[in-house]
Design a protein around this ligand. Structure first.
Ligand code: SAH
Length: 224
């Protein structure tokens, strides 16, 4: 009986799953706040979404290092600072319609959904798309709509979007995505080949205002 009780206790303590919350809070203090991430809602979400649930099991303990991590042959989960920066630039409001191009791990989609957005996310690689959908469902973000397909075409069925967030680098801004942006909407995208600039585009009627904010390095956006 005693042995049985002990076994039950051990099993429920979950010895395989270290508590990474302290590492997550440290990451926000160390890598986000001192570098200009000041939107309190973005900081709150970065403190709460379990990034470790979106990285391969062997890399869980690296989940809160300030760098990108490999999640597949042609995919990386962006460094936490870049995720936070793009999210802050997007100025997400609850109820916003958001299209993400390049689902990858699903982490960025979870961050956007945590801010109250309605999220559609497109991934070219069907294996990644399936794994990301599973991770999103497991972390309470099952409302995010995962689409396997080509981000160059966007997803006109659910548009226009208040925000389009592109997380793979196209050589230039895809025209189809510009058309799917709502009036007043914002697109955040790394644009370029060897040199990429993080670019923010705001649509005002038929005009698109564009500015660049940083040099970045994303995996290339591929043609199917
Ligand atoms: N946002 C992701 C990281 C994305 S890495 C995260 O939070 O983890 C870039 C992703 O874009 C890769 O998964 C890659 O497979 C995908 N990708 C590349 N070209 C694409 C295309 N044309 N359409 C959709 N996804 C694409």
């Amino acid at each position: 009986m005693l042995v049985f009780l002990l076994l039950v206790l051990l099993a429920s303590a979950g010895p395989m799953a270290p508590n990474l919350e302290p590492a997550r809070l440290r990451m926000v203090e160390r890598d986000l706040e001192p570098r200009g991430i000041e939107d309190t809602r973005v900081l709150e979400v970065m403190r709460s979404v379990p990034r470790e649930a979106f990285v391969p099991a062997a890399l869980r303990l690296d989940a809160y290092a300030d760098r990108s991590l490999p999640i597949g042959p042609q995919a990386t989960i962006s460094a936490p600072y870049i995720v936070a920066l793009m999210t802050q630039l997007a100025q997400v409001q609850p109820g916003d319609r958001v299209l993400e191009v390049g689902t990858g791990s699903g982490y960025q989609a979870a961050v956007l959904h945590s801010l109250g957005a309605r999220v559609w996310t497109i991934e070219l690689d069907p294996v990644l798309a399936e794994d990301a959908a599973a991770a999103l469902a497991a972390t309470g973000h099952g409302e995010v709509v995962s689409i396997t397909g080509d981000g160059y075409a966007g997803h006109p069925d659910a548009g226009p979007y208040d925000i389009i967030l592109v997380t793979a680098a196209p050589p230039e801004i895809p025209k189809a995505l510009l058309r799917q942006l709502a009036d007043g909407g914002r697109m955040i995208a790394p644009v370029g080949t060897t040199e990429q600039r993080l670019t923010v585009i705001r649509r005002r009627g038929d005009r698109y205002e564009q500015r660049t904010v940083a040099s970045v390095r994303f995996v290339p956006m591929r043609r199917p």
